[in-house]
Design a protein. Structure first.
Length: 209
């Protein structure tokens, strides 16, 4: 069974920023954005979008109260580089509280609880927004937050998932995926995408993922 299903509330038209500070949250989606070209550096790098449900703040959508959501874009999703561990790898190890294996599966992030740090910044139009500037493990003894059910679990691999799954991803994120080298190569070659495999069952342990 695929983890991909339509997300009901993660829509930029309903966006309302999370307040600055620390907030408990749960990861509900990991979307592989593929190899994206950087005009600044003149090269390609693998990118990732991680979506969180913030469990202590809500927004009203069509008369229904739902948890706020937030996105975190990873500009280099490699775990290692020539200089050693990447920032993404260090972030995951801090969140998990244990070193990662070289074959770590990003799908394990789905359902993982954390504490997010949100920091205010000024947008180009002068309005104030917030962004995620830290992903931290839950403090010891803190009750584990759970997904509300408003946002279904979502995992997308640009190289292996059926491209039809892009229909279930918010358009602004799908548009980024479709600019990737991976997507262009797959569609140009007209390859038949393989079936998506189910993620392995999580063990019963104290690790968040």
């Amino acid at each position: 069974m695929s983890l991909v299903s339509k997300m009901r509330s993660y829509d930029q038209s309903n966006y309302e920023p999370v307040s600055a500070g620390l907030h408990p949250a749960v990861c509900f989606a990991v979307i592989d954005l593929g190899e994206q070209f950087s005009e600044r550096y003149g090269n390609y790098s693998p990118q990732l979008m991680i979506l969180f449900e913030v469990t202590d703040e809500t927004i009203t959508v069509n008369g229904e109260e739902q948890p706020k959501t937030a996105s975190f874009k990873v500009f280099n999703s490699n775990l290692n580089s020539r200089k050693g561990k990447t920032t993404f790898c260090k972030t995951l190890e801090s969140w998990r509280g244990r070193p990662l294996s070289e074959d770590f599966n990003n799908g394990k992030l789905i359902g993982a609880p954390c504490y997010l740090t949100f920091t205010e910044y000024e947008k180009n139009d002068g309005s104030i927004n917030t962004k995620i500037t830290g992903i931290n493990p839950l403090p010891k003894g803190f009750a584990k937050p759970e997904l509300s059910g408003h946002n279904k679990k979502l995992f997308f691999d640009v190289d292996e998932s059926p491209l039809s799954d892009l229909d279930n991803i918010p358009k602004w994120i799908a548009d980024i995926v479709m600019k990737s080298k991976n997507y262009i190569d797959r569609t140009s070659a007209a390859l038949e995408p393989p079936e998506m495999t189910e993620l392995p069952e999580e063990d019963e342990s104290e690790l968040p993922f």
